[in-house]
Design a protein around this ligand. Structure first.
Ligand code: SF4
Ligand code: SF4
Length: 77
């Protein structure tokens, strides 16, 4: 089960790829499409995020990435 997820603001992304390189489980990629500035924006693969926040701190664009942590699943007694 995923421990987190990320949401990108594609229009703020400059396509630098720092988040893609910094993500430990490698669950980010640059989109083949272009945003309004002509950059390939980063995207989340959709699964595998741990919610570690490293991509957030790697991103030079304020508001480029939001990281969310999911609550731990409770174990059955
Ligand atoms: S929060 Fe961590 S695991 Fe999730 S996308 Fe960012 S760097 Fe990768
Ligand atoms: S680090 Fe930020 S600006 Fe660079 S590709 Fe990732 S989201 Fe875009």
């Amino acid at each position: 089960m995923d421990r987190g997820y990320v949401v990108f603001n594609s229009e703020e992304c400059k396509g630098c790829g720092l988040c893609v390189e910094s993500c430990p489980p490698k669950v980010l990629h640059l989109s083949p499409g272009l945003n309004r500035y002509g950059y390939h924006p980063a995207q989340y693969d959709g699964h595998g995020c741990t919610g570690c926040g490293i991509c957030y701190f790697a991103c030079p664009e304020p508001g480029g990435i939001s990281v969310f942590r999911l609550p731990r699943a409770s174990k059955a007694a």
